[in-house]
Design a protein around this ligand. Sequence first.
Ligand code: CP
Length: 329
Amino acid sequence: MDFIGANILSVSQFERADIDRIFEVADTMGPYARREKVTRVLEGAILGNMFLEPSTRTRLSFGAAFNLLGGTVRETVGITASAMAKGESLYDTARVLSGYSDVICMRHPQSGSVAEFAAASRVPVVNGGDGANEHPTQALLDLYTIRKELAGNGRALDDFRIAMIGDLKHGRTVHSLCKLLCLFKKVHLTFVSPPELAMPQALVEQLRAVGHTVEVTDHLENSIAQVDIVYSTRIQEERFSSQEEANLYRGRFRLNREIFTRHAQPNTVIMHPLPRDSRAEANELDTDLNEHPSLAIFRQTDNGLLVRMALFALLLGVEDQVDDYSYPV
Ligand code: CP
């Protein structure tokens, strides 16, 4: 794809070569993310960060990534802080904000809303999560992490096994990740969820159509025994019609040190898109794994910075000039 000026709305827009290119650029961003070098390649550019649903890492890492490339960030956080609370449309908001920005990142509670916004925008728009639909940059950083972690174990993206656990119906990160995995070969996926929160059948069929094997189960311990990656997710309580309904499922699958040690291979990698729900009634990924070397959740968040820096550089066409505008710290 031609990255310059493109919207990033869904992982379905990528081909394998595009993923390779994003990861190649992300690999060059380490010295800047680690503050060993400074670059001013995006000096004068403005990121409009519009987050109309709660976020910690996506919003802050988009902002930090843009700052680390030398650009400036302007933010709107929460619908009540925007004129949408007064009835302003996505169209008008996009026309206005795109006059103030060189690129816009947006999170919105409704599926398809970011695409509607992007259609009216005069600058590239990156989807930071639209309802239960997609979270493309999370999938990119997840895949980038899987690639790095597998390499550490002598494995590769074209032949690995992953168990996805939790609310697979509402979890946009797993939806985007599954679509991305269709670009690779020989992936074995195990979906672990209550039947009511199963991975959408269309995605299961899409994975099988490209030759991947898919197992569906509600048994946690068996599912983690023979996999390279365990990808835990939270029950997305904000997508349920009531808290009571969400409570039926919270705490159903809990991964902790005892279960992991007893059932998984020692070098199995533990991932989670975060936030994990650490309240006692949920606790899908226990803090007693915090110091376990297999726990990759904070390597994931660090990788998010590299991947988002790479995307900004590609969308604004400066990926080959980052070093030209750099100096050592
Ligand atoms: N993974 C993720 O989207 O986290 P935030 O909701 O904190 O952005």
